[in-house]
Design a protein around this ligand. Structure first.
Ligand code: ATP
Length: 395
């Protein structure tokens, strides 16, 4: 957990601070990471996001030095670090379990790495004070870890990593043991630290809200493969494949068949409605596929975000291109929005989110008119069943 405190990388202003080049990781007959390329910019907050088993922790552990790539190179400020043991890499990791030494007080926990690196005592004392101030825990230096709450212990784990002045801070689901309120506080804390420090943060999470709230860029992973890289806004607005469309944010997927196309739009027939989609592009199910032109007869999934759905009393026209008659199954008041579950036809369950301000919720059992603009519809290839089961719950 210690690191050499290298302070001035020559590529300080270079865009690609951490370069992962053709990295692959195989455990026995299981390929955890397919050949993967990823460049992380200096000072960036980058999140690795994906479902359990997608390979995000393995990738992080290879950057940290706890796993060795089967193939490929990992460059930090232009130098390959693959042959360096973890404690010789200018990176530090904060883990989900805080891993504080129970018999040492907080100051000694934070000082541990610096002592190992034989940093002079007065400097250690100053850096420990600075690290405690950074996480706003100055008054806790003399306590033992057991005398701190979970959130406080996680702050100390952060201070212990940052005291080494790593070039890259690796965070492995650091907040998953905290309750929701604390987690939100720690998210703000981490953002504050990141802004202040100009250190590169690589953050592993399976929680899309956490990734969206904090990251400059998000790397969405599935099955050892990068599915998409981009800002949260980009990925949400323009998912490149069906996996990303379902994994980031809520999504209504409706099975459909392409009935006709003209020069710009496609007409899709579902079990219960006819949809207009403003596209002739069929996006793939995962990054393994390629986009292609839609053809009449293609069996596809139409995707519509819940907030793009309008809900009105039955018979009321909204003037939108797409409409369907349904019945409210239930609604939840979420503060700023009301979320409806609406059944269309026999069993198409549609999620709709409408602004709550000034509206009375529509009660369960009421017949309603659902409508949505044509440009709310994206079209994806039918997914492999493994992807479908992962996306269950995405409506
Ligand atoms: P989680 O969110 O559950 O931690 P993850 O996305 O971080 O999941 P990894 O822990 O990186 O996923 O695991 C990726 C794949 O590699 C999984 O199939 C896992 O079983 C396998 N794997 C990870 N570590 C080992 C190991 N030491 N030996 C064998 N297989 C491993």
């Amino acid at each position: 957990m210690t690191s050499t405190a290298t302070s001035t990388p020559s590529a300080e202003t270079g865009l690609d601070h951490l370069e992962i080049q053709g990295v692959k990781k195989v455990f026995g007959d299981n390929t955890a990471i397919e050949r993967l390329d990823l460049n992380v910019r200096k000072g960036e907050f980058l999140s690795l996001l994906g479902p359990s088993g997608c390979g995000k922790t393995t990738l992080l552990r290879m950057i940290a030095g706890f796993e060795t790539p089967t193939d490929g190179a990992i460059l930090l400020a232009g130098k390959d670090i693959v042959s360096l043991p973890p404690h010789r890499r200018p990176v530090n990791t904060v883990f989900q379990s805080y891993l504080l030494f129970p018999h040492m007080n907080i100051a000694d926990n934070i000082a541990y790495g610096l002592k190992q690196a034989k940093v002079p005592k007065p400097e250690i004392a100053q850096r420990v004070r600075d690290a405690l101030a950074l996480v706003q825990m100055e008054d806790f230096a003399g306590r033992k870890p057991e005398q701190l709450s979970g959130g406080q212990q996680q702050r100390i784990a952060l201070a212990r990593a940052l005291v080494n002045r790593p070039q890259v801070l690796l965070l492995d689901e650091p907040m998953s043991a905290l309750d929701r309120k604390l987690r939100e506080e720690m998210q703000l804390e981490l953002k504050r630290l990141h802004t202040k420090l100009d250190t590169t943060f690589v953050f592993v999470t399976h929680d899309q809200d956490e990734a969206l709230a904090m990251s400059d860029r998000i790397v969405v992973m599935y099955d050892g493969v990068i599915q998409q890289i981009g800002s949260g806004e980009d990925i949400y607005a323009n998912p490149h494949n069906g996996f990303v469309a379902g994994f980031i944010g809520k999504q209504n997927f409706i099975s459909a068949e392409v009935a006709s196309t003209d020069s710009t739009t496609a007409t899709l027939r579902t079990a219960n409605a006819v949809l207009t989609a403003p596209t002739l592009t069929l996006k793939p199910a995962t990054a393994a596929g390629e986009p292609r032109n839609l053809e009449v007869g293609d069996r596809v999934r139409a995707a519509i975000r819940p907030e793009r759905m309008h809900v009105a009393p039955a018979g009321e026209s909204s003037g939108e291109a797409n409409t369907a008659r349904g019945s409210v199954i239930s609604y939840s008041f979420l503060g700023d929005v009301i979320q409806y579950m609406i059944v269309v036809g026999d069993n198409d369950e549609i999620l709709a989110r409408v602004p709550a301000a000034g509206r009375e919720p529509i009660s369960a059992g009421t017949e309603v008119e659902l409508s949505w603009n044509a440009d709310a519809v994206a079209v994806y290839d039918r997914e492999p069943s493994a992807v479908a089961s992962l996306l269950e719950g995405g409506a």
